[in-house]
Ligand binder design. Structure first.
Ligand code: GAR
Length: 208
């Protein structure tokens, strides 16, 4: 059983999808051991509490440097003996020391089909505003490994979502969450916990 640390910053609907998948048996090779929030007010911490999972808050602004923030995060991850890290709407950039400590063990969910609408500055609602502004007809979500490039690691799973003529950023965000993120994130978590993901550079193979 792998120990899963989920890192959050906001509402935590992706965290909820993971907790629900654990309860329903979709995630069976791992268990959420802690939820670490970058904000003390994140509703995600309430969700952790309701599920009986320990919650911690590590705030960037409490540390002088990125290195000191990383060290605090690393200490928290080690306190819970985390094997796997899931970024579920975590809005801070992880430093090199954490990425090096967990090679191919950190995954992120991004609300677009990477390599569209991603990279530095692309997060949350803004990703959907940009997709609508550009006029794409299909968007979706991506789960990928985390490396030192923002949204740049090898892709594990993607799921497409059609854009409807009446969509605004809010309606699109909700549909991408429900129809894509909340489905592929728990799937990827289970695959990673079950050691079913083979990665070689950018090439990712799912072992049946
Ligand atoms: C999700 O849509 C997630 O994909 C996005 O933030 C939202 C968090 O929602 N993450 C990014 O944009 C990262 N680049 P949640 O707190 O309800 O899971």
């Amino acid at each position: 059983m792998k120990k899963i640390a989920v890192l959050v910053s906001g509402g935590g609907t992706n965290l909820q999808a993971i907790l629900d998948a654990q309860a329903s048996g979709i995630i069976k090779s791992g268990k959420v051991c802690c939820v670490i929030s970058s904000s003390p007010n994140a509703f995600a911490l309430e969700r952790a509490k309701n599920a009986g999972v320990p919650g911690e808050c590590v705030r960037r602004k409490d540390y002088e440097s990125v290195q000191a923030f990383d060290e605090a995060l690393l200490n928290t991850l080690e306190k819970y003996n985390a094997d796997i890290i899931v970024l579920a709407g975590f809005l801070c950039i992880l430093g090199e020391s954490i990425i090096r400590a967990y090679p191919n063990k950190i995954i992120n969910v991004h609300p677009s089909l990477i390599p569209s609408f991603c990279g530095d500055g692309f997060y949350g609602l803004m990703v959907h505003e940009k997709a609508l502004e550009y006029g794409v007809k299909v968007t979706g979500a991506t789960v990928h490994f985390v490396n030192e490039i923002t949204d740049g690691g090898a892709i594990i799973l993607q799921k497409a979502v059609n854009i409807l003529p009446e969509d605004d950023a809010e309606s699109l965000q909700k549909r991408v969450m429900k129809e894509a993120e909340h489905i592929i994130l728990p799937q990827a978590v289970e695959l990673l916990c079950a050691d079913k993901i083979k990665v070689d550079g950018r090439k990712v193979e799912i072992i049946a």
